[in-house]
Design a protein around this ligand. Structure first.
Ligand code: ATP
Ligand code: MG
Length: 409
């Protein structure tokens, strides 16, 4: 894409009311813009990045057998009354129509997915089943000052699993956990899995996936030697104590952002809707269900919190909106040719073809944060090619024009 055609422009200063690095940098670099507290516009660069995160999540959900569906965001009140959520869930947005009918905006979708799926499952042979969607969620959050980390409207992957019994859920949880850890690794993040107490209703266990960052709203204790990690809210342990799991490490305290969550829902939803399946003996049973969330828009914010310096964002390659930022300083003809060669070879490139000073172009490249910066100038051509530099590193080198494509591949 040519930068001259991008309708967003970078900005030197962040809006005064943005307190977090993720919101400041994403706004300045032209990825996102706040409409009101907790609600953001996704601009071209931001949407490409969001879609890349989404694609990684989708691939891993499909790999463990998830079937993708798309459920409505507008829900009838009745479903939420059936589960008690209408009165009990404080973040539920409620809407009244002009004919005085009540609706809810989806904050999670057990109320829709349970009847949708269970009406189609007749016997134990139809189980287990895993369905998921990637969609907007609405929550009436009291505090929405963390940029993309806490939205009132946000993008989430939510999967729901249906099992014949607890043992089958436990088995699948392990598979889902590995898929989750793989997703976060692919995104360039290190996530720790915690075990915490129940969700909105059940006293059942829930599992959280945490990324260490000072911008996060959770306090965790983690072992400096093994994978042990707990949410401070419920922890029996204290900072500095020996790790209860490996007995070798010490527990450290840190701020973290929850990027994913798994709830063991038990049989609550099947029972609420009175929808079950027939077991081997033809007796009606209620399914054990699990709910698996990943905050996709929150992840976009968390990646920026983890990957930036004082000049701008440093995108991990897997989610960068483009792999290469090509800057033409004074050699548009040579640069144009390289741009087309990159495109021909399917290398994603943002081409800064604007009439702007070298200083402006360098500053923008640092702010936008694409993994590789290619500079074409009279000076670089004289040295035999194009200057290439990795974002986040200081060292640059000259690469011959004919070697650029192979090098980037
Ligand atoms: P939190 O404790 O941060 O409020 P939660 O326990 O309410 O999270 P879930 O209901 O499990 O979260 O939602 C699944 C995932 O969606 C979370 O792990 C998180 O990554 C993301 N998420 C939850 N609430 C928000 C929000 N308000 N804005 C952005 N992402 C969110
Ligand atoms: Mg919450």
């Amino acid at each position: 894409m040519k930068q001259s055609q991008l309708f967003t422009k970078t900005e030197r200063f962040a809006p005064k009311d943005e307190e977090t690095k993720n919101a400041q940098l994403l706004t300045r670099a032209g990825f996102a813009e706040k409409l009101m507290a907790g609600v953001y516009n996704y601009l071209p660069l931001g949407l490409i990045t969001l879609r890349k995160i989404e694609r990684i999540v989708r691939e891993e959900m499909n790999r463990i057998g998830g079937q993708e569906i798309l459920m409505p965001m507008l829900h009838p009140k009745e479903n939420w009354q059936t589960t008690g959520g209408w009165d009990k869930i404080d973040v539920l947005f409620k809407i009244k129509s002009r004919t005085e009918k009540d609706y809810a905006l989806g904050q999670s979708e057990e109320e829709v997915v349970t009847p949708l799926v269970m009406r189609r499952l007749q016997t134990y042979k139809d189980l287990p089943l895993y369905v998921y969607q990637i969609h907007w969620k609405f929550r009436d959050e009291l505090r929405a000052k963390s940029g993309l980390l806490r939205g009132r409207e946000f993008f989430m992957k939510d999967m729901y699993s249906f099992h014949v019994d607890q043992a089958d859920f436990d088995k699948f949880y392990e598979i889902a956990k590995q898929a989750y850890l793989k997703i976060f690794t692919r995104l360039g993040l290190t996530a720790k899995a915690t075990e915490a107490s129940g969700g909105s209703f059940s006293q059942k266990i829930s599992y959280e996936f945490m990324v260490l960052t000072d911008a996060g709203e959770d306090d965790i204790l983690y072992c400096d030697q093994c994978v042990f990690c707990v949410n401070q809210e419920i922890a029996k342990q204290k900072e500095g104590e020996p790790c209860p799991q490996c007995k070798k490490g010490k527990l450290r305290r840190a701020k973290a952002a929850e990027v994913g969550n798994v709830f063991d829902l038990g049989q609550k939803y099947g029972k609420d809707f009175d929808l079950g399946f027939k077991d081997k003996d033809g007796v009606k049973q209620y399914p054990v269900m699990g709910c698996y969330g990943i905050g996709i828009s929150r992840l976009l914010g968390v990646i920026v919190e983890k990957c930036h310096d004082d000049k701008g964002i440093i995108w991990p390659e897997a989610v960068a909106p483009f792999k290469v930022h090509l800057l033409s300083l004074d050699q548009d003809k040579a640069a144009e040719k390289i741009y087309h060669d990159l495109l021909k070879n399917n290398i994603e490139v943002l081409y800064d073809d604007r009439r702007a000073s070298p200083g402006e172009k360098f500053a923008d490249a640092d702010l936008i944060g694409l993994p590789y910066r290619l500079v074409v100038s009279a000076k670089s051509l004289k040295s035999g090619g194009v200057e290439i530099k990795k974002r986040g590193e200081n060292q640059s080198k000259i690469v011959k024009i004919k070697d650029i494509i192979e090098g980037l591949k």
